[in-house]
Design a protein around this ligand. Structure first.
Ligand code: 6PG
Length: 244
């Protein structure tokens, strides 16, 4: 039985700080039970904001960072040093400051990487890496104003793609070419955290949360999993149906 919880924070900063603390707790608990947790990071301002808050959190050092597997939900298929790269933004916001095991940081290929400009090969290679993953502890997701998550945009072929990882072209949100986990892969997670802030997202959130009982990409499949947390600020929550 899947559960969905909606948590509304007063501001984007409070949401980011609270979610950073939630992530630390999740990682520490997993490690206390002898596991190496797997976390999927997201791009976008909200996702990077959580990492930035974690950088300054005193609780950060409670995590044994060498025993954390990091993945990405999507990546912009641009050169590795391009400021648009989700990996580059995550490294600058937090990862470069942590004693991570480089072998446990699984970045998606850049357009000047080992696959050159072959974004399909890069996506397929990430799927091969994922094949060895028992299950993600957490998939963190931002959401676009029309309801996209990762780089799965409503009405795009990626919505119904059953492969684990796909190349996505002509994305409405630049850069246009990306690599993304698909909804079936997102659904394998123990928890999905949809983190969304701002008035501009209220319509998509209201549609999503009031939709099929799970977090859904509007006009597409649900990304809900056994436990979906919808983490909002007041502005994004402003149009939620009453009584949720
Ligand atoms: C990306 C993200 C994307 C993002 C949303 C929300 O690579 O662009 O993965 O899915 O999370 O567009 O972005 P904001 O948090 O900046 O609104």
């Amino acid at each position: 039985m899947s559960t969905r919880e909606v948590v509304v924070h007063s501001t984007p900063e409070v949401l980011a700080a609270a979610t950073a603390a939630r992530l630390v707790t999740k990682l520490v608990d997993a490690q206390a039970s002898g596991r190496v947790p797997s976390v999927v990071l997201t791009g976008g301002g909200t996702g990077i904001g959580v990492l930035a808050q974690l950088l300054d959190s005193p609780a950060r050092d409670a995590v044994d960072w060498r025993r954390v597997e990091l993945w990405w939900g999507d990546e912009r298929f641009v050169p590795a040093d391009d400021d648009e790269r989700n990996e580059k933004q995550a490294r600058e916001a937090l990862l470069n400051h942590l004693p991570l095991d480089p072998a446990r940081v699984h970045a998606m290929a850049a357009s000047d990487g080992k696959f050159g400009d072959d974004v399909d090969a890069a996506a397929e290679a990430y799927a091969v890496q994922l094949a060895g993953v028992r299950a993600f502890d957490v998939v963190m997701l931002g959401m676009g104003p029309e309801g996209h998550v990762a780089s799965v945009f409503p009405e795009s072929p990626a919505v119904h793609d059953e492969r684990p990882v796909v190349a996505v072209r002509n994305c409405p949100k630049p850069p246009p070419t990306r690599i993304s986990l698909t909804l079936p892969t997102i659904r394998t997670a123990a928890e999905v955290w949809l983190m969304t802030t701002g008035e501009g997202k209220a319509g998509a959130v209201a549609l999503t949360v009031a939709g099929a009982g799970e977090v859904a990409v509007p006009a597409a499949g649900a990304v809900g999993t056994s436990r979906t947390l919808v983490l909002l600020d007041r502005a994004a929550a402003s149009q939620l149906p009453a009584g949720l």
